[in-house]
Design a protein around this ligand. Structure first.
Ligand SMILES: [Fe+2]
Ligand SMILES: [Fe+2]
Length: 278
C-alpha cells in the first residue's frame, strides 16, 4: 500500500497508542500527580525503570549516592523530568526502521531537541503548558515517521529528491496529506489534548492556526524547530533552515539574548537525554 489516504480510509492503522502512552498522557493535565502514581506507570516496564535509574545515576546529575528506585529518582530530579523521560522512551519504542536506510535515532534526536528547546522557551509558563510543549516537540514531525512506516522506499525517494526544503504541497501531492496533517490525525486518534494536536498541525505555519487557546505552544515549537535545524541537531528529513515567523517571535517576546541563553541551557540536557537512545 502506497497511499496515505487509502491507509487512513481503511482504518488500518495509524498505530494504536500503547497503554503506557495513554497512561502518561492522561497524567499530563492532572494538577497534582503523586510520585507513586507516576512510579506505578514506570514500573509496568522494567526496561524503562532500568534506563531511568541508569540516567539518574550518571555523572550529569552528580548525586553522591546511588538512586535505586523510580520514586527516589522523582524526588531527586523532579516529577516533570521523570515524566518527560518516560514519554520519550515510550515513543522511541513504537516506530521501527531499518537502520541501513533510515536513521531513526537521528530523527528522534531532532524531535528531542525541539521538545527540550520548546519547553525552555516557555519556562515562565505553567507546568501544563511546558509539558504540552515538550510532548508537541517530540511529536511535531511524527507524520514523516508514518510516511516511512507506510512505504519506506517512497519516503526515501521523496526526501532524497527534495531533502533541503520543506515543501508541504509536494508532500500532499506524494502522500495525500502533509506531515503536519498526518501527525495531527495520529494525535487525535491517540486522544492527545487539543493544544498538542494543533501544534503538530501548524508548527510550520503558526499564523494559520485558528484555535488560539494555548497557541503559545505552537509558537514555541515553531521556533524550537528552526533553532534545531540551525544547530544541525539530528535529522528529520530536511536540512534547510527557514525563517522564524514574526508572529511567533513577537508572541514569545524573543530577542537574540533569549535565544542564545535558551540554546545554552538546552544543549546539555539534549546531550544527556539522548543517551536514552543507546
Ligand atoms: Fe515539520
Ligand atoms: Fe522538525
Amino acid at each position: 500500500m502506497t497511499d496515505v489516504q487509502e491507509y487512513i480510509n481503511k482504518g488500518i492503522d495509524l498505530p494504536a497508542a500503547p497503554t503506557i502512552i495513554t497512561q502518561l498522557t492522561s497524567l499530563l493535565n492532572k494538577k497534582n500527580i503523586g510520585s507513586h502514581e507516576l512510579a506505578k506507570v514506570a514500573q509496568t516496564d522494567q526496561a524503562f525503570t532500568a534506563k531511568i535509574l541508569k540516567l539518574v545515576n550518571s555523572p550529569f546529575y552528580g548525586f553522591s549516592r546511588e538512586v535505586s528506585s523510580v520514586e527516589e529518582a522523582i524526588t531527586m530530579i523532579g516529577l516533570e523530568a521523570v515524566h518527560h523521560l518516560l514519554l520519550t522512551m515510550s515513543f522511541l519504542n513504537i516506530f521501527k526502521a531499518d537502520k541501513n536506510i533510515f536513521n531513526i535515532n537521528e530523527f528522534w534526536l531532532h524531535s528531542l531537541s525541539v521538545g527540550i528547546i520548546a519547553k525552555k522557551l516557555l519556562k515562565n509558563e505553567t507546568k501544563e503548558i511546558r509539558n504540552a510543549a515538550y510532548l508537541s516537540g517530540i511529536l511535531h514531525d511524527v507524520g514523516r515517521l508514518i510516511y516511512y512506516q507506510i512505504d519506506p522506499k517512497k519516503y526515501i525517494a521523496f526526501y532524497d529528491q527534495g531533502k533541503s526544503v520543506i515543501d508541504l504541497e509536494k508532500e500532499s501531492e506524494w502522500f495525500q496529506q502533509n506531515h503536519q496533517q498526518l501527525g495531527a490525525l495520529l494525535g487525535k486518534k491517540w486522544n492527545f489534548p487539543e493544544n498538542i494536536v494543533n501544534t503538530i498541525e501548524f508548527h510550520h505555519s503558526p499564523e494559520a492556526c485558528k484555535n488560539n487557546d494555548d497557541i503559545i505552544i505552537t509558537h514555541a515549537v515553531h521556533i524550537a524547530d528552526i533553532i534545531t535545524h540551525g544547530l544541525n541537531i539530528g535529522n528529520s528529513g530536511i536540512t534547510y533552515v527557514t525563517v522564524f515567523s514574526k508572529l511567533s517571535w513577537d508572541a514569545l517576546h524573543l530577542n537574540d539574548n533569549i535565544i542564545k541563553n535558551t540554546i545554552m541551557n538546552s544543549i546539555k540536557e539534549i546531550e544527556h537525554t539522548k543517551t536514552l537512545f543507546d
